[in-house]
Design a binder for this molecule. Structure first.
Ligand code: SF4
Ligand code: SF4
Length: 305
């Protein structure tokens, strides 16, 4: 017989690490890993008894595309949106700064976009709201295919009456219907950065790397300025066609931003350097070393006064 209590604890631990993919409470998670073909019955609509019951007292982390969609919906700059609606938090287990949606200061701690008529940003609601009551987790596992374990799970909260409705879905159909697949596609590179950073454990990165991560994760205006206004395009070999897309398309810009982050945060070869860039950098580094060491053997640096 399966020890479901043990299984549940292990599941909760995994999800607590990954709680940005969970709108409900971890103790309401059904401890069964689901796939895109798993079936469930559910429907949420305006006449359901619990309408909007799931929109209060929740922790909503906003990945880059979620933030972009919301701030554009509201016609706000990134700075105004963050200052008005968000809190900056350090995500446990990754120690990276992320944006979370600030709940209202009312009794229920309700979402700022909630009204008695429902969600006022529905078409641009965060991915976590699209998925609910389904959750999605991507965990790094050495022995799993591609080094990661991706699965879905169900949250069954007592207040949610959508399970009493007679509409059947596979999780794949649900994701498509809710456009969660589109959000996943655009945010995937960012999620992979978080998963990779987790493997560094408690090791903090230099502040400059955290700032780069925060800038590329939150501010498409700065990111575009950085790509086109710095030496970025002289450093990296980006095909002209891609450069033109990045100039006007925010989702292409975000994807380029993730590749750049992987390059600068983890020294991954996600972007190709232009010819001569590495040689010039090596020459610069050698010049610094010559200045420090002079003609001494490297082990003698402590003798320089
Ligand atoms: S964004 Fe909309 S769907 Fe999501 S919690 Fe807020 S009101 Fe509910
Ligand atoms: S609690 Fe469930 S059924 Fe009720 S509004 Fe939220 S998602 Fe829909």
């Amino acid at each position: 017989m399966k020890d479901t209590k043990k299984e549940k604890n292990a599941f909760d631990e995994e999800l607590a690490d990954d709680s940005f993919s969970l709108k409900g409470k971890t103790d309401k998670v059904v401890p069964i890993k689901l796939t895109g073909n798993s079936r469930f019955k559910f429907r949420c609509h305006k006449d359901v008894r619990c309408f909007t019951a799931c929109c209060s007292n929740i922790n909503i982390v906003l990945p880059p595309y979620d933030l972009l969609r919301l701030r554009k919906r509201l016609g706000m700059t990134t700075e105004d949106f963050i200052n008005t609606h968000c809190t900056i938090e350090i995500l446990a287990k990754t120690l990276l700064p992320v944006i979370t949606l600030k709940m209202r200061d009312d009794e229920k701690k309700s979402c700022p976009f909630l009204t008695p008529e429902g969600c006022t940003v529905y078409e641009d609601r965060p991915n976590i709201c699209r998925y609910y009551p389904v959750g999605m987790a991507t965990l790094r596992k050495k022995d799993a295919e591609g080094g990661k374990d991706e699965f879905y799970f169900m949250t069954k909260e007592d207040h949610c009456k959508g399970f009493e409705e007679d509409k059947a879905w596979t999780i794949g159909e649900w994701r498509k219907d809710q456009e969660a697949d589109l959000y996943d596609d655009i945010n995937r590179g960012w999620m992979e950065i978080l998963i990779k950073k987790k493997t560094f454990g408690d090791r903090e990165f230099p502040e400059i790397k955290n700032q780069m991560f925060f800038m590329a994760s939150t501010n498409t205006d700065y990111l575009r300025e950085f790509v086109f206004g710095s030496s970025f395009l002289e450093t990296y070999d980006i095909p002209q066609e891609r450069i033109e897309k990045v100039r006007t398309d925010d989702t292409e810009l975000l994807k380029l931003g993730y590749e750049w982050l992987r390059s600068v945060m983890f020294a991954e070869q996600t972007l190709k350097f232009k010819d001569g860039v590495l040689a010039a950098r090596k020459e610069q580094a050698d010049a610094v070393m010559r200045k420090v060491y002079g003609n001494k053997e490297k082990g003698q640096i402590g003798e320089i006064d």
